[in-house]
Design a protein around this ligand. Structure first.
Ligand code: PLP
Length: 365
């Protein structure tokens, strides 16, 4: 082989060469509560779309998803808002990535609270951004003044926060949205399970983008569809940075069906989100009764600080149950200090599934 062939890695961008390939165990497992998806499945209205997709999927989707964008705005109760728009993407990850490209040059900074969504440092590094993380406060809120003090081009907030499940206060979010130097991205992937959404704040804050997804409450993770809402000038820039045709036609039509005010569309989504909330609280009580100390969750998962998280997850996996183990999280929060920065995250689903997980944990923890 010639040196040219062997040296192909040298041709890559530094950031790409330095980043390991993202891996997630997706081998078959009887009980998988590791990724916070909708464990009841997909809305019946969307199922119908998938069954018919073979008839039209040979054609391109519309260049601008006008119908979907209007449907999302109605869903967010922002249909009548002046100058508020939607940009969709291949998952909200794609929208987050495009936002970084739109507003931060390589070398610029992104600030966020830790622990938070593990994808943020990955996309930040790929975009050549310098990351600054600020610990969450003991009340699981962002330290708004310190975050703003970073003076970053981009500030990322997540509420309810992954992996802790905890939510941020309206005051802290508003303070950051009003005072941050650059663009503020509020990730609301789990808003459907939380007592309140902050999406309407975009009406008052011209530099605020709120991202949401069809991957969690809407049960469409495999179709990859997410979006951001914000004022038109901001949204147009994200859309330019994202590029055309990122959302596939099947995802678009399935989402439109799921957004319809019908029993099999939005009715199903709302009913199952409410079910997840009730079961989440029941799961948290059961975990507490076992002597564990789950963090207060506003999402469809619970985080349980646990020192030997990896061993526990491996033992669960051997029993055909997959939970997500975290190690090396920042230890500023007391429960994480006590667990050495480790814990497991359990996605919420039908109670029978939770009973199996609880039995596994009871036997192993
Ligand atoms: C799951 C998740 C998302 C959604 O990602 P998609 O790309 O839309 O599937 C976004 N943010 C957080 C914090 C998440 O946990």
């Amino acid at each position: 082989m010639s040196a040219d062939v062997l040296d192909v890695a040298a041709l890559a961008r530094d950031a790409v060469r330095a980043l390991p390939l993202y891996t997630a165990d997706s081998s078959a497992c009887a009980v998988d509560v590791s990724d916070n998806t909708n464990l009841w499945g997909i809305p019946p209205a969307a199922r119908q779309v998938l069954a018919e997709a073979a008839n039209w999927a040979s054609r391109y989707p519309p260049a601008h998803s006008t119908a979907l964008n209007a449907g999302i705005l109605r869903y967010l109760a922002l249909g009548a808002a002046d100058d508020v728009r939607i940009v969709t993407g291949c998952g909200s990850d794609d929208v987050i990535d495009a936002t970084m490209r739109a507003f931060a040059e390589p070398g610029d900074g992104i600030a966020f609270s830790a622990p938070s969504f593990s994808m943020i440092p990955i996309f930040a590094k790929l975009n050549g951004l310098a990351v600054t993380s600020i610990p969450l406060t003991e009340r699981y809120d962002v330290d708004a003044e310190r975050l703003v003090g970073c003076g970053a081009k981009l500030t990322y907030l997540c509420s309810p926060n992954n992996p802790t499940g905890t939510s941020l206060s309206r005051d802290a979010i508003e303070y950051v949205a009003a005072n941050a130097r650059g663009v503020v991205l509020l990730d609301e992937a789990y808003a459907e399970f939380a007592p309140e959404s902050f999406a309407s704040l975009v009406e008052r804050h011209e530099r605020l983008l709120v991202t949401r997804t069809f991957s969690k409450a809407f049960g469409l993770a495999g179709l990859r569809l997410g979006y951001a809402v914000g004022q038109a000038p901001l949204i147009q820039l994200v859309e330019r940075a994202r590029g055309p045709y990122k959302v596939n036609a099947i995802a678009e039509r399935a989402a439109l069906a799921a957004l319809e005010e019908t029993e099999s569309g939005l009715g199903w989504v709302r009913q199952h989100a409410a079910r997840a909330v009730a079961i989440r609280d029941r799961l948290a009580s059961a975990l507490t009764a076992m002597g564990l100390a789950p963090l207060p969750s506003a999402a469809n998962f619970v985080f349980v600080p646990y020192a030997r998280a990896e061993e526990l997850a491996a033992a669960m996996r051997a029993r055909e149950m997959r939970v997500r183990a975290f190690v090396g999280l920042p230890t500023d929060l007391l429960p994480l200090r006590q667990s050495g920065g480790a814990g497991i995250r359990i996605g919420v689903g039908p109670w029978e599934t939770m009973e199996r997980v609880l039995a596994g944990l009871e036997a192993l923890s």
